[in-house]
Design a protein around this ligand. Structure first.
Ligand code: PLP
Length: 254
């Protein structure tokens, strides 16, 4: 079997017909970093920037087959996981990760769209926490996702968020990047938390605007940097800068 030696990022996630989020953002980001993408589509969504109209989930076995074929065909240096939609898909993706423990995976725990539509079955959160997230090198929750994963109320300050993150590390997660984009204040601060290491803060000025799919772009950029051999801290720093620049350009065009 011919193997493509160029480094690839395997993207596991959903399509968004509006182009605002999901695999379109992932491919765009990975290409901007000069890497190739291979794909396992989990779900097809019909959406505009304001609403999600339809969600059609693919069979979990088909998701796993796409992952295995992508891994067989290419030199996959990292895996980026986005929308999974169902418990069965989470289990199928976790099986493939268990068979490929040498490949770092970055998971953006997609729960709800910015238009307010649930993108993961509520009953699937426990399985996501127990079966899949502990296999990943990094999970990138925003403050709302962090609270859901920790089973707590939304943290009211940085100490609260750090406590929730610490609780998840104690439960077996390898590393978290807590995204502070939704917090108040004139700076947007993300915090990298790893067991037995001091938290590391990544800070940028808060821009007066927003763009869909920044969570997808950040996790994809980190996966691309890991595929290129960067250390986690370095990959996060470069990725935060890339997303900041993308957001700055998008706001100046609007
Ligand atoms: N749709 C799909 C397919 C996604 O993967 C995501 C996020 O990853 C979203 C929608 C949510 O994006 P947003 O929060 O920008 O609406």
């Amino acid at each position: 079997m011919a193997l493509r030696r160029e480094p690839h990022v395997l993207v596991v996630g959903g399509s968004d017909s509006s182009g605002g989020a999901g695999i379109v953002r992932d491919i765009e980001t990975i290409s901007a970093l000069d890497l190739r993408t291979c794909l396992a589509i989990t779900t097809v969504t019909v959406q505009t920037h304001e609403a999600v109209a339809q969600i059609h989930n693919l069979q979990p076995g088909l998701v796993a087959d796409q992952m295995r074929a992508a891994l067989q065909a290419n030199a996959v240096g990292a895996i980026k996981i986005g929308m999974l939609a169902t418990e069965q898909t989470i289990v199928a993706v976790a099986d493939v990760l268990r068979q490929n423990p040498q490949i770092p995976a970055v998971i953006d725990p997609v729960l709800v769209s910015s238009s307010g539509w649930p993108l993961l079955d509520t009953g699937a959160i426990g399985v996501l926490k127990q079966e899949l997230i502990p296999l990943c090198r990094l999970v990138t929750p925003n403050l709302i996702e962090l609270a859901v994963l920790a089973g707590s109320d939304l943290a009211i300050d940085e100490d609260g968020a750090l406590q929730q993150g610490q609780k998840l590390l104690t439960a077996g997660l390898q590393a978290l990047l807590i995204k502070g984009g939704h917090a108040a204040g004139c700076r947007s601060t993300d915090i990298l938390l790893r067991a037995d290491q001091e938290p590391i803060r990544f800070d940028a000025p808060r821009l007066g605007g927003s763009m869909r799919g920044t969570g997808c772009a950040l996790a994809s950029a980190i996966a691309a940097h890991l595929a290129n051999g960067s250390l986690l801290e370095d990959g996060v720093r470069k990725s935060k800068l890339l997303v900041f620049e993308k957001l700055r350009k998008s706001i100046s065009r609007d």
